[in-house]
Design a protein around this ligand. Structure first.
Ligand code: NAD
Length: 411
């Protein structure tokens, strides 16, 4: 299954729980618009290279499209479409006034100089400029894009528009209207919903063992929050491999090691493990925070964790879902667990529109409220429809999107 087929499978399940009419599901099966562009970039050696990029707007019934831009050598149109559809669901579940969008450029950014990266980012914005705007489509960072790239893109947009428009993009540096707390928002959002899930089972973080796959922005910050709250993070990994210490890893030291050496694998006093081994460790909590499709029907029955916090988008395939739910695993689905990032992006957009900026505590407190409310709504749907957490989160999201489409007279 490609990622878009996975989305379609999830959509069908949610739609059948809600008994949505076929013509309504038809609208949601297709993105509203997919823009495909070629971006010629002058390289440092004087030659010109052409890169391919996409921006997909899946559904905008609830508001402007919203979602990140990914730079990756394996990005495909179907992947960008799937990610935009997941953004529609995520934004609706969190009750944000947004539709779903996502962008991608097929490039290995590690092979570009800083100047080439800037010209590519400005070139992409030149090509999608007409379709982007604070009231139209609002991008943000994703894998291998960052605040610096967002700043170049915003600057390019403002030059073309002939006016200031900080709300055109989120995840910006603070000095250009970024929000406090955005850097760790995805991780702390996941941390908040995990806290609620533990509370539901009358327990807390104390002594819980944790394995985290992917030690980038999302993975390293959730590691830090869990460590600071008395959980025992026993394993972490990145693209070079993983490390394991059943006695617990000192996460602040591991973060320092990753910053210094570019990886966690050389951290002393821990056993080297593979990324595959990490997923099946005997732990209480598993946090996939790297890529899609890592838990499949091949390894799902060996997963021992009682809780899975999906900080990555789409880490569990539909077949693996069945196996895990049958075992009683509590999955905090991606559209809930990693929604902290887009929620603080929404706060950034609101602050840009007001021209008035909140302090960090205010941002985190508002995020906690939003995440906890979405968690409660998901649990209510689990109970009232007698469905699993993923299907429940889809029903909450779909109900809102369909209500907006009906109010507009689209369906
Ligand atoms: P990142 O680029 O900061 O970190 C990714 C990490 O994954 C790196 O440590 C990298 O070494 C590791 N990695 C790459 N390939 C791997 C592999 N095959 N096995 C194990 N580890 C591997 O990215 P991020 O922003 O932390 O995003 C991680 C995931 O979280 C993605 O799926 C992304 O879509 C999702 N996500 C991120 C945000 C956000 O705000 N950062 C928001 C929502 C969802």
């Amino acid at each position: 299954m490609n990622p878009y087929e996975i989305f379609l499978n999830q959509l069908e399940k949610g739609a059948s729980v809600l008994e949505l009419p076929e013509h309504v599901v038809d609208v949601l099966r297709e993105p509203e618009r997919v823009i495909e562009v070629s971006i010629p970039v002058r390289m440092d050696d004087g030659t010109v290279k052409v890169f391919r990029g996409w921006r997909s707007e899946h559904n905008t019934a609830l508001g402007p499209a919203k979602g990140g831009i990914r730079y990756h050598w394996e990005v495909t149109k179907e992947e960008v479409m799937a990610l935009s559809a997941w953004m529609s669901m995520k934004n609706a579940l969190l009750d944000l006034p947004y539709g779903g969008g996502k962008g991608g450029v097929k490039v290995n950014p590690k092979q570009l100089s800083e100047g080439e990266l800037e010209r590519l980012s400005r070139g992409f914005m030149d090509k999608i400029y007409k379709y982007i705007g604070p009231d139209q489509d609002v991008p943000a960072p994703d894998v291998y894009t960052n605040p610096k790239i967002m700043a170049w893109m915003m600057d390019e947009y403002e030059k073309l528009a002939g006016r200031k428009a900080p709300g055109v993009i989120t995840g910006k540096p603070l000095i250009l209207g970024g929000s406090r707390g955005r850097e760790y928002a995805t991780a702390i959002g996941g941390f908040f919903v995990l806290r609620e899930a533990l509370k539901l089972n009358s327990t807390n973080f104390e002594g819980k063992t944790v394995a985290i796959q992917g030690f980038g922005n999302a993975g390293s910050f959730i590691g830090k929050f869990l460590y600071e709250n008395s959980a025992k993070v026993v394993a972490v990994s990145d693209s070079k491999g993983g490390i394991y210490n059943p006695g617990g890893l000192p996460i602040p030291e591991v973060i320092k090691c990753k910053k210094k050496t570019g990886s966690v694998v050389d951290f002393p006093g821990a056993e080297r493990i593979t990324n595959e081994e990490l997923l099946t460790l005997d732990v209480d909590i598993l946090v996939p925070a790297a890529l899609e499709g890592v838990i499949t029907e091949k390894n799902a029955d060996q997963v021992k964790a009682k809780y899975i916090v999906e900080l990555a988008n789409g880490p569990v395939t539909p077949k693996a879902d069945e196996i895990l739910y049958n075992k009683g695993t509590f999955i905090l689905p991606d559209i809930l667990a990693n929604a902290g990032g887009v929620t603080v992006s929404y706060f950034e957009w609101v602050q840009n529109r007001m021209g008035y900026y909140w302090d960090e505590e205010e941002v985190v407190e508002k995020l906690d409220k939003k995440m906890s409310k979405a968690f409660r709504e998901m649990c209510e749907a689990m109970e009232s429809y007698e469905v699993n957490s993923r299907e429940a989160s889809y029903t909450v999201a779909l109900r809102r999107i369909v209500e907006a489409m009906e109010a507009r007279g689209v369906v």
